[in-house]
Ligand binder design. Structure first.
Ligand code: ADP
Length: 323
């Protein structure tokens, strides 16, 4: 291995920069040349490469987002787009590519690997929905930002004897909702991984009111079948029976920004370095992730098109803690 390239793709996640730094410095430490590609797969198609030296990744470990830029690139999902990407990589004699990104981005790396180019994926998504990996770069920060919002809403909910429904991000995965809901002491958590009807959510809020609680919090994952819209409609029709007034807060993209937590910076540093180490061992076509606390590699072909669901069995723990 002499010359590697690195890009960040898909939804930005706090800690991506720490991963770029780790790949860059890990590669340089081995005497390799490292090139950054701007704006994800789009930059690969546009042939935008920039040689990275150790100082180019100075002062970025603490910043959210990605200094390399990210983009969604539909052209890359088509064989003709990837053929152009392959020809750009080969024209520059790049030996391997490190893709820092989420589920879609790693499906892209799986395609590139299947078409014969050495790729290593690094899981980075606040959704934490990548198969073959227990924890993705960015999700700890997103959970903590979500939790801070939940804690703040609890203060006002308690003062006004209200219920709050907080919609969290996470696409079709309920991981952020589950973790922030447990940490925030939510009365009810609605996930895509577990069927819950608006009447069930409202019933839990009513029960909390009847038990004398001064507030109640429902944490609703954006992908849950019982979304905040359905809950508000139900509430509108049954308000009198429930006790609490209900307010809705949709957190949206605000949880994607911000300073990466220590956990995300350490994770990104470990995974970025492990991606380089994997290439040094002559392995590629894999995702480098964390499984049971250790770094582990999983073939990209195995993870493409799959998803890691949140552990819905923890909902029972949350339910007991809300008595
Ligand atoms: P994320 O990586 O955060 O899940 P996206 O799903 O938007 O973000 O994917 C990022 C990019 O990865 C897409 O714009 C596209 O270029 C590429 N991509 C997504 N899915 C595929 C696929 N099935 N095959 C090839 N490339 C894909």
């Amino acid at each position: 291995m002499k010359r590697i390239a690195v890009l960040t793709s898909g939804g930005d996640a706090p800690g991506m920069n720490a991963a770029v730094r780790a790949v860059t410095r890990g590669g340089l430490a081995r005497g390799w040349e490292v090139y950054a590609i701007r704006n994800g797969y789009q930059g690969l198609l546009d042939n935008v490469f920039e040689q990275m030296l150790a100082r180019n990744v100075g002062g970025i470990i603490q910043s959210g987002g990605t200094v390399l830029g990210s983009a969604r690139c539909p052209e890359f999902a088509k064989p003709a787009g990837r053929a152009k990407a392959l020809s750009n990589l080969r024209a520059r004699n790049i030996d391997a590519l490190v893709v820092i990104g989420g589920n879609g981005s790693q499906s892209g790396s799986a395609s590139l690997a299947a078409e014969g180019f050495p790729v290593v994926g690094v899981p980075s998504t606040i959704d934490n929905d990548l198969y073959g990996n227990d924890v993705s770069i960015g999700c700890d920060t997103a959970i903590n930002i979500t939790l801070e919002a939940i804690d703040r809403l609890r203060t006002t909910a308690s003062s006004h004897q209200r219920a709050f429904a907080v919609e969290t991000m996470g696409r079709n995965c309920g991981y952020i909702a589950l973790m922030s809901g447990i940490a925030g002491g939510a009365e009810v958590i609605a996930l895509p991984e577990h069927e819950l009807k608006p009447a069930d959510v409202a019933g839990r809020l009513r029960a909390a009111y009847q038990r004398g609680k001064t507030h109640a919090l429902a944490v609703i994952a954006e992908g849950a079948k019982c979304g905040v819209k359905e809950l508000m409609e139900y509430y509108g029709a049954h308000r009198k029976d429930i006790g609490f007034d209900l307010r809705v807060t949709r957190l949206g993209h605000v949880v994607r920004g911000g300073i990466p937590t220590a956990a995300d910076r350490v994770l990104a540093t470990r995974l970025g370095a492990a991606a380089v180490e994997t290439l040094a061992q002559g392995r590629h076509g894999v995702l480098v992730g964390i499984v049971k606390g250790d770094t582990a590699v999983t073939p990209l072909a195995e993870i493409a098109g799959k998803m890691r669901p949140a552990d819905a069995s923890l909902l029972e723990l949350a339910r007991v803690m809300a008595i």
